[in-house]
Design a protein around this ligand. Structure first.
Ligand code: ADP
Ligand code: MG
Length: 282
């Protein structure tokens, strides 16, 4: 039986209405129910404005639901102590690494989170080294963050969360501002955290080729979750995805256009299908 880590139970959330247009108050999330299981890698897809970042901020008690409940390990963060407990369990990595880096030396930046938790210095040293190794940035620990590439900076930000030893990390479009190389570095890091350290991952992304690598995908549209399933289940529903403005991964799209019925998810599967279509002639 899979153990639930985060549980959304019929959650709605509305931002405070704009003073100039008070009647415009609309729900950013409406009746969302979603289980996030311990150890899984869940991707969340959805068009701009579909409610993904709002969902992320409800996971670690930045926001409180207008209706329904969000619980983390069974804890509903309705007091400051419980909210702190939730934040020690669920960490967040945002889109822009420049907004997340606070110190002028890489290793000091990674130490910032555990320092705030009141961890003793020797233990901080151990955690910082371990976290920097986990994101492949240990050799650059004495560098100045502003001189690093976007992908390297984002990996420093990830190390900062790892050093707090949260069980779950929510990544809100962590690769959106990176070049292809930085994107690949960050994706490899995320996968390693999940597979090797067993950290539960929620990856919010608009890159289909990233979502394909998750165990499970939830698709959002207009504040609701409209689909949940394995990547193969989700990407076999081309029409439903296109209705909410989402594309297929490139390999999936190519095979679909070639008239291949099975849903293909990556280059390897695509090559296999085309090879067998050509009677193994290539
Ligand atoms: P996504 O991350 O999928 O792009 P968001 O969760 O940021 O979506 O936004 C969901 C909805 O809430 C959108 O309609 C957006 O305009 C609105 N929204 C987001 N942030 C705020 C805010 N701070 N104040 C008012 N409305 C907001
Ligand atoms: Mg967002």
């Amino acid at each position: 039986m899979k153990e639930k880590l985060i549980e959304f139970n019929n959650v709605s959330f509305a931002y405070e209405a704009d003073e100039e247009a008070p009647s415009e108050k609309k729900e950013a999330l409406s009746g969302v129910s979603l289980d996030i299981f311990k150890g899984e890698f869940l991707a969340v897809l959805g068009h701009n404005g579909s409610g993904k970042s709002t969902l992320a901020k409800l996971c670690n008690a930045i926001f409180e639901p207008t209706q329904g409940t969000v619980s983390v390990k069974g804890i509903i963060p309705d007091t400051e102590e419980k909210a702190d407990e939730v934040r020690r369990t669920v960490g967040m990595v945002f889109q822009n690494p420049d907004n997340q880096i606070v110190a002028t030396i890489v290793e000091d930046d990674v130490a910032f989170g555990p320092e705030n938790l009141g961890i003793e210095p020797k233990e901080i040293r151990r955690r910082v080294d371990e976290a920097l190794k986990a994101v492949n940035m240990y050799d650059l620990r004495h560098r100045e963050p502003h001189k690093l590439s976007g992908g390297q900076k984002q990996r420093v930000a990830i190390a900062g969360v790892i050093a707090m030893q949260t069980e779950c990390i929510i990544f809100d479009e962590p690769t959106a501002m990176l070049d292809p190389k930085g994107r690949e570095e960050v994706m490899q890091t995320i996968i390693r955290l999940n597979k090797e350290l067993g950290i539960t991952i929620v990856l919010i992304t608009h890159f289909m080729d990233e979502a394909v690598q998750a165990d499970r995908i939830a698709v959002m549209n207009k504040g609701r979750i409209i689909m949940q399933g394995t990547p193969r289940e989700v990407f076999s529903q081309e029409e439903k995805l296109s209705e909410c403005g989402l594309d297929l991964p490139q390999s999936t799209e190519l095979c679909r256009r070639l008239g291949i019925k099975d849903t293909v998810l990556n280059v390897r599967e695509c090559v296999e299908k085309i090879t067998s279509m050509l009677g193994g002639a290539v």
